[in-house]
Design a protein around this ligand. Structure first.
Ligand code: PGA
Length: 255
């Protein structure tokens, strides 16, 4: 059985006080019986205030990016060792905003994933196609390349510390969610590819989150799909009541 994960990606939002306040509201609203994982990915400057707030709760702490080097002359970068020291459990690697705006390549992302594991950080590894790629029937090819290149040289053991987030770029921040069927279809492809690369056991255990305009209104249908194991939530995770509704989803089939 794969344990679902609902992850909030706060991106470059909130100051320390507001981040702590939002983390507290989410913590206080959690059903104590909740069986799945909840994670908050926050800006570097907010790691400490959020960490303090969630330290007595099951909520996991994540950074949104990191450098692949341990230390040294890399002005402006943050290392896996520093993230570990700041209390991070996870780091997001390969978010489409990092790939597109900051031109992070598959090769860089592969180095980052390896560095995270070297220093005992778990990874949410993001993949996804653009609208143009989807319209040109290149979705599978793009996902395959991102997985093959990004996860090159990793072991089956490494993969137990990795969660994949499938986030179609055209659905991020646009209000345009993939249909549950489109998401399920991509997730099946990703799982098959993981099976081809790392074997059936790794594929069956791999958590694959969906991301891209996940809302309180659409989470129930998404989570009813057998290969959707959770969600990476941007905008909706900045509103405590909405995000709490996402966290406490009730899977229902559409129609
Ligand atoms: P969104 O962002 O939910 O605001 O579309 C998702 C993400 O970028 O992780």
């Amino acid at each position: 059985m794969r344990k679902p994960m609902i992850a909030g990606n706060w991106k470059m939002h909130l100051n320390r006080a507001d981040a702590a306040k939002l983390a507290a509201s989410i913590k206080n609203g959690l059903d104590p019986q909740l069986k799945h994982e909840v994670l908050l990915a926050v800006s570097f400057t907010n790691l400490e205030s959020v960490r303090k707030e969630i330290s007595s709760s099951p909520i996991l702490l994540s950074a949104q990016n990191m450098c692949w080097e341990e230390k040294g002359a890399f002005t402006g970068e943050v290392s896996p060792v520093q993230l570990k020291d700041a209390g991070c459990d996870y780091v997001i690697i390969g978010h489409s905003e990092r790939r597109k705006i900051f031109m992070e390549t598959d090769e860089m992302l592969n180095k980052k994933v390896k560095a995270a594991f070297k220093f005992s950080l778990k990874v949410i590894f993001c993949i996804g196609e653009t609208l143009e790629e989807r319209e040109n029937q290149k979705t599978y090819r793009v996902l395959q390349t991102q997985l093959n290149e990004g996860l090159k040289g990793l072991s089956e053991q490494d993969l137990t510390n990795l969660v994949i987030a499938y986030e179609p770029v055209w659905a991020i921040g646009t209000g345009k969610t993939a249909t549950p069927e489109q998401a399920q279809d991509a997730h099946i492809f990703v799982r098959k590819e993981i099976e081809r690369m790392f074997g059936a056991g790794t594929a069956a255990a791999m958590r694959i989150l969906y991301g891209g305009s996940v809302k309180a209104e659409n989470i129930d249908e998404l989570m009813a799909q057998p290969d959707i194991d959770g969600a990476l939530v941007g905008g909706e995770s900045l509103k405590a009541d909405k995000f709490l509704r996402v966290i406490h989803y009730q899977p229902v089939l559409s129609k």
